[in-house]
Design a protein around this ligand. Sequence first.
Ligand SMILES: Nc1ncnc2c1ncn2[C@@H]1O[C@H](COP(=O)(O)OP(=O)(O)O)[C@@H](O)[C@H]1O
Ligand SMILES: [Mg+2]
Length: 289
Amino acid sequence: MSTLRANLQQLRRSVAVLPADGAALPTDAGGLASLTGLQADPWQRDLLLSRDPRMILNCCRQSGKSTVTALIALFEALAVRDSLILLLAPALRQAGELLGKIKDAYRALGPAAIPLIKETELSLTMANRSRIVCLPGKEATIRGFSGVTLLIVDEASRVPDALYMAVRPMLAVSGGRLILLSTPWGKRGFFHREWTEGGRDWHRVRIDASQCPRISPAFLEEERRALGTWWFNQEYLCLFEDNVSQVFATELVLGAASSEVLPLFDMPAILAQTLGESDQIAPLFEVMS
Ligand SMILES: Nc1ncnc2c1ncn2[C@@H]1O[C@H](COP(=O)(O)OP(=O)(O)O)[C@@H](O)[C@H]1O
Ligand SMILES: [Mg+2]
């Protein structure tokens, strides 16, 4: 039964990507990447061939994580009719940049690809009714999509948790895939949490600068001097560093916390008892902080 279903799925994909002249396009995103002229790095190739439902890419600046994700998105749109692919980033402009990469890859395919029936600055609609849409980076305006086939969160470490919580349910009924990609940004937020505590649900990929053939050791040395260790570790070594302004390391703070010890003082309550008026308390806290 499952073989039959797999065969049907494969057939559906092949038909969906049939170009006008009758020659079939590749049946996986790896083949699609080659058609666009990209020689994928080994880790990019693995990702292009993966069908894992949850992928998290902790990869250094300029390693090619947006490029590979753009190709995964494009393949999904071509191969699965009626698919809905959402692009989320900290700001709409950044989601638009990822869409720009998808459009570039699409154009590189030439007339072989399924035609577009609508193209705007922030979306693409194909003749097989697949859509790729950029989401605004604001929680209040983001709801309303369902049946999402693939959700991509670019620069994920900078996307607020509330936004992540708002988009995840869009995958609930469709069983769609989720890809998070970013460099780290301190030990905070969902990107760090999913990377460190997300369990076995995630296919994790970490690519530091030494694994990217396009970044030279000489450039890296210059960057280390210019950025300093903290930034360099984060941007090029993909390390989740403590926040710059933090006095104590996160591990120290977490290790010291205990639910068995009650706080010695409830400062706001004591001040309220002593001073009575609440508007006298706020300025005091400003002085203390
Ligand atoms: N396999 C590759 N071969 C050649 N160039 C690549 C490859 N992957 C990415 N690039 C190029 O490297 C640059 C950075 O890629 P990008 O995907 O924007 O990186 P990131 O999102 O990791 O910062 C782009 O100019 C892109 O075209
Ligand atoms: Mg990028």
